[in-house]
Structures are given as C-alpha cells and as structure tokens.
Design a protein around this ligand. Sequence first.
Ligand SMILES: Cc1ncc(C[n+]2csc(CCOP(=O)(O)OP(=O)(O)O)c2C)c(N)n1
Ligand SMILES: [Mg+2]
Length: 808
Amino acid sequence: MTESGAISEDVSKRVSKTGLRIDKHDLTILRELERKVMWLSSWMIHEANHSRPERDGLKVGGHQASCASVVTLMTALYFHVLRPLDRVAVKPHASPVFHAIQYLLGRQEKENMALFRGFGGAQSYPSRTKDAADVDISTGSVGLGGALTLFASLAQDYVRLHGFGDGERDEGRMIALFGDAELDEGNVFEALFEGWKHDVRNVWWIIDYNRQSLDSVVTDRVFHRLDGLFRSMDWSVQTIKYGQLLQSAAASPGGGALIDWIDSCPNQLYSALTFKGGAAWRERLMADLRDTSGIRSLLDDYDDDGLQSLMTNLGGHDMGTVLEAYDRAAESDVPACIIAYTIKGYGLPLAGHKDNHAGLMNLDQMKNFKAANSIADGEEWEHFSGLKTPVTKLQKFIKNVPFSAAVKRRFASPMVDVPAELKCPVFERSSTQEAFGRLLNELGRGDSALAKRIVTTSPDVTVSTNLGPWVNRRQIFDRSDRPDVFRNEDVVSAQRWVMSPTGQHIELGIAENNLFLMLAALGLSNEWFGARLLPIGTLYDPFVARGLDALNYACYQDSRFMLVATPSGITLAPEGGAHQSVSTPLIGIGQPGLTYFEPAYIDELAIIMRWSFEYMQLPKGGSVYLRLSTRPIDQLSRDMGTDLSKQIITGAYWNKVPEPGAELAIVYCGAVAPEAQAAYEELSEDVPGLGLLSITSPDRLHADWLDAKRARRRGRPEALAEIEQILQILMPDAALVTVIDGHPATLSWLGAVNGHRVYPLGVETFGQSGDINDLYKHYGLDTEAILEAAARACLRRFSASGHVPRAA
Ligand SMILES: Cc1ncc(C[n+]2csc(CCOP(=O)(O)OP(=O)(O)O)c2C)c(N)n1
Ligand SMILES: [Mg+2]
C-alpha cells in the first residue's frame, strides 16, 4: 500500500466535466446502483452454481471477488461517464458486472443472466460474437482486450482523418478496465510503446489495482513501476488510493500516522487484515501505533464494523473519488491511466483472502449477503428491490444517463465495390510474394473505391514483404504531415516514405501482437465506426506464431482482414536460420474465422485476392490468410476461365486431369509446384492416366468436406464435397502422393475423403540455411522424393496384384 492518495475536493460541489452535474442526490443514486450491481453480479454467479443440475462433473465457477473489486469503477463509468459511442473492454472475469449493468440499463434479459455460463446464456467472458448483450470488445485472454482499445483509437483516428466517418458522430473514447495482473502480459507494454509512437489519444486505462492475481498477492513494489511506466509514455496518471472516509480521518489527530501506517503496510498483511475484519485491524494498529498520539481515540470512534469500513475505504470503492478521477481524465484527450486501489472481494466475505480468485460465497454467506441487501425471496432478479430510493426516481435517473441515449452502436456500411478482376501482372517467372506487391501496386496506381479503403500495416517488414511500391504510392499514415527527409536530401532510395494524415499504410514496430491487434481494430471499423476498411497485414510466416493468441483473438471478435505471410516454409532457403515456418498451414486449417490459401502461381493469387476482398465484407465472411513464397517459379500460360477461377477458390483443380480409374495422383500445394510438375512429367509415361492435383486452399477443401458430411448426416444424402467429386475420378484404391512445404498433415487427410492411400511429403523438423536444391533434397520435397513416394505407392499396389511397374 505504498504512495499516498490524491486528496479530493468535495465532489458534490463540482460541476462534472463529463457533462452531468453531480449533486448529492445523484451520488446517492449511484451508490444505490452500485449496491444493486454488486448484488446482481454476485447472485448471477451464485445461481449459475446452485440452480442448475450438474450433469458433467464440472464446476460452473465464476469470479465473485473479481467482480466485487470493480463494481464501483464500472457503475460510475456506465451510469455517469460513458457516452453512447465510447467503447469499453471489460476485464474478462467481470463479465457478470457488465451484464448486471446492461440489465439495469434495459439491455440484457433476465433469462440470459440466469443462464450465465450455460449454453445460450451470458458468456463467462464478455463476447462480441456470442453474447446477446452489446459487447464492444471481447475479452478473455488477459491483456489483449485492454491493448485493443489503444489500436481502436488509432483506427478511429484513421477513419476520421480519411474522411470516412459520416462527420456527425462524436468520437468515442476507448476505455479499458484492466485487472492489475493483466499488466504482467508483455503485449500490454508492446501496445503502450506503439501507442506512444503514434501519439495515441482518447484512451483510458482504468486499473483495478486490487493487488491480487489468480494465485497470489502481488509484490509491494509494483505500483511505482506502473506509475512511472505510464508517465514515461506521456500518459496522464492518477492514483486513487483513499476514499473520502480515510481522507477525512487523515485530517484528525492520529490520522496522519494511520495513513503512514497503511502506506507502509505490505500488501499481504493489508489483505489478510481485510479478510479478518475490524477486531484484527484494531489489535494490529494498537500494537504498531500504541505510542502515537491521537490514535487510541481515533480508533475508539469506530466499532469493529466501522473500523473495517474505514480501513478498507480505498479510492476505487469510493464513488465520489472515482467520479472525480474520471472527471479529470475527461479534461483532455491525453491518454489517461487511472490506478484505482481496490480490494478483491470488497464487501463480500471473500474480501482480501489470497485464495479468493475463484472463491464463491457458500449458501449461508449468500443468505447473509441477501439479507444485508434487503432482497426478499423471489425478488432476486428485481431491478430495484432492496434499494431505498423510489423506483420511479431510479428509473428516471437511468433513463437520463448519457449512455442510455437511443443511439445506434453497431454499424454496417455498404460494401466496397470489388472489380470483377484484379489486374495481374504477366511474368514468365515470378514468386507469389512479388506478385502480391505488384497487384497492390497496380491497385494503388488507380483511384478505385477498393484502393481507397485498403489500409496496409506491417511490423517493420513492409519492404521485405513487398509492400514498398504500394506505400510509395499511398504514403504512410501519420497524424501530421512529415516529409521524406532522405528524398529531400537527394539520397537515392527505392522507398518514398512520406507520412501524412491520409497515408494508407500504418507502420508498426516489430511486435506481431501489435500487428494482429491493429488488424483486429481496423477490421472492426465497419461495426464500430460505420466505415468499412479493408486491412492487409504482412509479416514473415514463421512469426504468425509469435502473435498467435492475438490473431486468434482478432478472429474471435469476427474482425475482417487479410493476412499476407511471406516468406514461408523452408523455401526461403538461404535466409534459413530460424525463419522457416513448419506448422502454419495447420494453423491456417485450424483457426476459426480465418480462411487459408496457399497459391503456387500468380494468376491464382490474383483470383484469390479478388475473392478475399469480397469475402472480408460479407456478413458470413471472415478473414483470409495467404501463405506466400519468395521463390520465383515459371508461370503457366493459360486462360483463367470461370471454371478454373471457381476451382481455385474452392481450393483445388486438376492441373493434369487423370484418366478415369487412374491409380495415382500427385497432389501439391504452393511453392513446390515445379517439383510436382517435374515428377508428373517423369512418371506420366509409366503410370497410365496419372493426375496432378493443385491445391490452392487445404482449408477451404477441408471445411467443405466436413460441411458435406454434416449435411448428409442431417438428411441431405446427395450432398457431395468438392474434394469428394474431384477425387472420384481415381480408382477406389488409388494412391495420393501429397507434397507441401509445411507440415505433411496439411494434406494427409485427403486419404480419408474417398479412402485413398496417402504418401504425405512435407516438413516435420526445424529448417536450416541452404539453397532450395539442398533443402528440398534434405527434407524430402524434391522431385526425387516425389518419385520415390510414387514408386512406393505403386509397388504396394502392384505387389498386391502381382505386377511391378517400371517406376518402382
Ligand atoms: C492469457 C491468460 N492467461 C491466463 C489466464 C487465467 N487467468 C484468468 S484471471 C487471471 C488473474 C487475473 O488477475 P487480475 O488481472 O489482477 O484480475 P482480478 O481478478 O484480480 O481482478 C488469470 C491468470 C487468462 N485468462 N488469460
Ligand atoms: Mg487483481
């Protein structure tokens, strides 16, 4: 409990900068609502644990102590400060507090509350996509929700400075309610630093500083670090440590010593005494401050309950003090950090206990809590039962809070037109990464609606992922105009890094978590700000894993973006070292909300990107992941007819159609196309009717296959997956040799489609430096390896039938 608290003026006399006059009556009502929020959130968790039959041996759980800790902070926010278009990320385990508030605001149903943590009910953690209530920002994986507010603010600035908003809406503040242990997550600091670089504004981070995490009470020295850290990033920092009771006591004889005692009290002792209550406080204070003048009479002024109230009167539980802090934060758009001292489990019998994170009040404790809240049996869910203020007054108050205004909060703007065809550069030899850069450059040259809405971003790999030409044309986004100094100084460079408020590329430092959170925010711009953006993020494929949780988080929120990962696999060859991605194709298949493509040829890429720009905008669409390569390969000269285009999007096409009843097909995906092609040429004379199947999206094929199976189970026997149709041409016991520069499991499932035997080639171990020839040979992706697998496949088949093919 180090550092003294801000001494507040009498808030009842102040006119709030947040636009509402706070008078004594309002304060009284806010305190009443606070009590109600505390009751409802605790009851919601209690009911979830006691009213439903237990069917699976699992506890339901919930976090009464974490909720109690943040009730005042959230009540003050929603019932006083929040404007309709502010966006809030609520710490995950305070979901019941959020729902209780929505319920009181008339925006949540009792049925959902009563079904908390049950199927179809209020979610355990606030969810944009799964909750019926209007959640702005999902949370769950600690640290990510809070950090997202910062990128949401940047996205909002982007929309405004590009003139994409309708100009009539007020800007929202992006507000995070953090649990203090969330600040252990590195991504929080990555975000803070990036925010500082971009001069972020309009963000509030309110830290519920209860000094407890899941396992334990946090170290005493954290506070100083936090305060200094935020200040060093140019945030305004307010620490609200003491409530008004303690502030008043401070002024009485012995009060100064009492405050000093609290300031130097270790967090663990403070928590333990909080749990034990008034008598324990008295005993300890008398022992420690026995010789301090005034202390005895100060303590004598309080009975045990009163002393407990005094000693636990921390700023984060004092409505007046909290309102005052919010008021100060609202005075400017400088990012604001409010460190609010709180007690985990405040007001509950769980208060202060070090093991209270998942603790639940037992039946007796709930009975007492219910009585203390004057809740009669059967009135547990009543909006205002047990409160002293007349119901009509409470209803009127709630109706008039700014957040209650009947303002639309989720938007849907018209789709951005996508041309029927993306102009694809014609090259005899090229890589998919190079073509990506050229396709974007081509788009950047024109003035289409699509080009205007594209926003690119990259964590310091803009140039090396081939975004350079696009950036040269469309500039880098910055809130101020900044010239390209190198250019002005006549230093020759292929890059023109002009920065301007209308730039269309957001350059990030090397932090993949930030990339995914930036994409998440830009990809929610349609719903948050009513302005559709088409975000494209580039990074090296192996580093998808570095920000994987943030990527998953972005998808969970149904944000829409295009992720272009390049280079990938061992094909990056001499670059090698630790840069090879092995399992990313499996991430591409396994990640919900993200559709993965891995084209081999640049005409395929053009088709896929065009489709993606539309798919990213469809109500039932999603985000797209393109796994690209730096390997230049000979391009196919072909006309891209409608059928082929469709198949490329479906995920596969016969590059060489097998003859009906063929016994073998080579199946490849991505940069290994030349090896597959060469193996095909060598084998086609020996293996009659051999096929060469090109896979452009293992993910789409797999999803479609599962869909068809589901449809058949649900009574549509005629449902047939694309891949089932494609493979039907082969003999029932044909073999598939699959090859991909990635984990072989990406394609080995193909054997389960029609029961074919699979010989899967791919990479299962770490890569290393080398040229493509050496590496493909070493890892078994070269033509030889394909031929060898084909030989094994044929050998098995023919030895069973008594024949031996020449290729074996
Ligand atoms: C990334 C991640 N790791 C672990 C968890 C499990 N977890 C849930 S809450 C929590 C502790 C949170 O403490 P704090 O943020 O201080 O919140 P409090 O409950 O004290 O308000 C942990 C470790 C999680 N949700 N997310
Ligand atoms: Mg905590």
